[in-house]
Design a protein around this ligand. Structure first.
Ligand SMILES: Cc1cc2nc3c(=O)[nH]c(=O)nc-3n(C[C@H](O)[C@H](O)[C@H](O)COP(=O)(O)OP(=O)(O)OC[C@H]3O[C@@H](n4cnc5c(N)ncnc54)[C@H](O)[C@@H]3O)c2cc1C
Length: 413
């Protein structure tokens, strides 16, 4: 069923009783060409592009809970490509370009809103570092603009000019913004399902078939499934799942928190990120302020987050925007993120034959969902690693060719 103004009107007149389910409740089959573990944005996008771009349709996405219930449904929805190194800029900017057309491509409104992202410099040193990023972005062909304090106060009239974090300058990427995270997962799920992909929820992968360094399928809570290739897209749980195939990865898992305030009228029309305070915020279309900050500082699989991190983030925000002290926080949550030492993702094959990785995004993989899916689909379908993700292979941890983007996250990472 396609969404359109006509379909909306027709269903409104019939009491909204005739909408079809967005995807089938598929039952696991005995074997597939490709099994994708993890029904987050990356797994679903990979399945969609496998079917759409490469005609590979015997594909299953296995999700232990419900699709989009992992980090894809827990993030602060920022999409940007303001990276420093050319290989990162090329990959993330391709993703932003795919996001720009995604609503039309999927016939599903992902509410992509290009309201810009402003990174603030609060000191002379911050300013010099930011200018370096500005130059790098220009050299990488990524849109950016330099903002002086007066322009920033105009963009953010509620900023506290007497703050102990004075504004020296700001770097804006106008094409950056945010998208509705659930819609990204649901849109890709609906698109993949329509192309014949089986999306199987409540199906946990508990082990692998095969042995001697070769994977031939997976063991799941719903039985064994054989597969030509298996792709892990399980974000913060990659180390645990990969260990079942005998693979040890350079990943540490941490909780990353986010919070939303009660909804208010439009007060903030951009995304702002302050690396010095470790705070970033934006306002949703519903009116809530979405606030994020640094990682909890020790490894954990507890999906709750610590109070002192919340307190530090809120304190930083209120120093910059004291007016927001009147708002009540409505919700707080955390997701488990997969942090790699150079803060860049890990893509492609690994020493276990037929097993592929899409992980290591840490705090920033939502923006990468379309490009991650596109390039992994290419890699799985053709057996050739897509050129955009070649620099992000696992072998870089033995060759030493790291892609260090720790500073690009803008928050402790
Ligand atoms: C609080 C927070 C804020 C963030 N903010 C941003 C942001 O603003 N911008 C940005 O770009 N990124 C952000 N991120 C990071 C981003 O959310 C993730 O990098 C991205 O969603 C990863 O997508 P994924 O599909 O790989 O993983 P997920 O969406 O986590 O999907 C993985 C899925 O695998 C499933 N799974 C795990 N183990 C198994 C198993 N054994 N069997 C079957 N299924 C399994 C899980 O249930 C889960 O649904 C944030 C993350 C958090 C937690």
């Amino acid at each position: 069923m396609r969404f359109s103004a006509l379909a909306l009107a027709r269903n409104a007149l019939t009491g909204h009783q005739r909408w079809q389910p967005q995807w089938r409740d598929a039952q696991p089959q005995a074997d597939y060409d490709v099994v994708i573990v993890g029904g987050g944005g990356h797994g679903l996008a990979t399945a969609y592009y496998l079917a759409k771009n490469h005609g590979v349709k015997r594909v299953a996405v296995l999700e232990k809970g419900w699709i989009g219930g992992g980090n894809t449904g827990r993030n602060t929805t920022i999409v940007r490509s303001n990276y420093y190194l050319p290989e990162s800029a090329a990959f993330y900017d391709f993703s932003v370009k795919l996001y720009e057309k995604l609503s039309q491509e999927l016939n599903y409104n992902i509410m992509f809103s290009q309201r810009g992202i402003i990174t603030l410099a609060h000191s002379r040193h911050d300013e010099e570092t930011l200018r370096r990023s500005f130059n790098a972005m220009r050299l990488n062909g990524v849109d950016c603009e330099w903002l002086e304090p007066d322009e920033l106060f105009n963009r953010m009239p509620r900023y506290n000019r007497d703050s102990r974090y004075p504004i020296h300058a700001g770097l804006n990427q106008p094409r950056a913004g945010s998208a509705r995270h659930d819609a990204v997962a649901w849109g890709y799920a609906r698109g993949a399902d329509a192309l014949g992909v089986d999306i199987i929820q409540n199906c946990e992968v508990t082990g692998f078939l095969g042995g001697d360094g070769v994977v031939t399928g997976v063991r799941t809570s719903r039985g064994e499934i054989r597969a030509g290739k298996v792709c892990l897209s399980v974000a913060g749980h990659t180390s645990k799942v990969a260990a079942q195939a005998g693979l040890r990865l350079p990943i540490t898992s941490y909780a990353l928190q986010a919070f939303v305030s009660e909804p208010v009228k439009p007060v903030f029309d951009t995304v702002v990120l302050s690396p010095a305070t470790g705070v970033y915020l934006s306002q949703t279309d519903k009116g809530e302020l979405v606030i994020g900050g640094a990682l909890d500082l020790y490894p954990s699989y507890a999906q709750r987050g610590n109070f002192h991190t919340l307190e530090g983030v809120v304190a930083g925000m209120l120093e910059m925007f004291p007016a927001f002290s009147r708002l009540r926080l409505m919700r707080q949550w955390a997701g488990i993120v997969d942090v790699v030492r150079d803060s860049s993702p890990i893509f492609g094959p690994c020493p276990v034959e037929n097993l592929y990785l899409n992980c290591g995004f840490g705090t920033g993989g939502f923006k990468a969902i379309p490009a991650g899916g596109w390039t992994m689909a290419h890699t799985l379908a053709t057996g050739e690693v897509h050129p955009l993700i070649k620099p992000f292979g696992l072998e870089r941890f033995t060759t030493g060719r790291l892609v260090d983007e720790a500073a690009a996250a803008g928050i402790a990472h």
